[in-house]
Ligand binder design. Sequence first.
Ligand SMILES: [Zn+2]
Length: 390
Amino acid sequence: MQEPLIQQACDWLRGQQQAMIDCLEALVNIDSNSDDKAGNDAVADLITQWLEQDGITVIRHQRPDSGDILEAQLGGTDQGHALLMGHRDTVFPTGTVAGRGYSQKDNLGYGPGVADMKSGLVMNCFVLRALSRLPTCPLPVRALFTADEEIGSPDGRAFIEAAAQGARAVLNVEPGRVSGNVVTGRKGGAGFVINVTGKAAHSGVSHADGASAIEALARKIIQLHALTDYAAGITTNVGTITGGVSRNTVAPSASAQLDIRFVTTAQRDQLYQAIEAIIAEPDLLGTVATIEQTSEFYPLEEPMSSALFALYQAQAQAIGFAVDGEFTGGCSDAGWTASLGIPTLCGLGPVGAKMHTDEEYCLLDTLVPRTQALAATLLNLHNMSAAFER
Ligand SMILES: [Zn+2]
């Protein structure tokens, strides 16, 4: 029923590769570390300009400390909408662009955030622009451009959850896998800081008077690491430790950073209980441990993506590329919406690799076909299997 609309959107997108590359270059050449509000706001300015030129409504939620949040709307604000998501922030410090801005060699685009995920932002802009050209848009489409995903979306999460309320589907344009696959499952994860206090003492004169925070922490680390269960997809990792004041002082303090990953929210709840018990255990007299959560992502559980993936895969095939679903241990904003019970698919962006490194690249010839597949999926959402219809 939507075939002529899909054809029309795909036809327009077919001629947009160079325009998309130009937009990608412009976005990559703006530093936008999660802490760089000015940079993230400059990226927002450009996106707003591109969308408003085509008559697309853009609401700007001003944020005092982090980058403003943009919400584009097409086809009204009724529920049953599709939500596109993308983050404007990168992991690269301000000043990176001056040293290595956007560059291109054959089919590869390079530069900070070129794959993760400025190419995805370009993609969402061009999907909206393609749909805005149709005589009618069969469903309301919203797109959220947030600015703090790389630090766990402390500011963006509430906007994501609000924009997803009543949505029919959420499509997140994190980079496509190097295999060309999209992401049908993601682990959830969380970060913590553990602080242990003990009692200082001279290690030669009055050793017995001390209580070693380092020893207490070490004992806890062994127990925390024992929670890892590869078969279940659970990992725990203490990635940093600090502590003590000198070689010959019983350590009065020690701290560590803990990262945990899990596949389901049920596992998450069990892990949290186990971790709390380990921290509370008085395993060394005179020491006290506390734990504080510093970040969290919910998992994208695979049943939440399966119907949407089947629909996307059929559209990709019709457009001319093969694609499969992939599970990854990396977290993303997709977990927030999947955990609300909304069908969610991730990794729909252009194909990229070596994310978060100086060698990050984007395969430029995937810009157009993957944008076409996303547009076709949106226009076909009414065909998604009834199991997930709201
Ligand atoms: Zn990302």
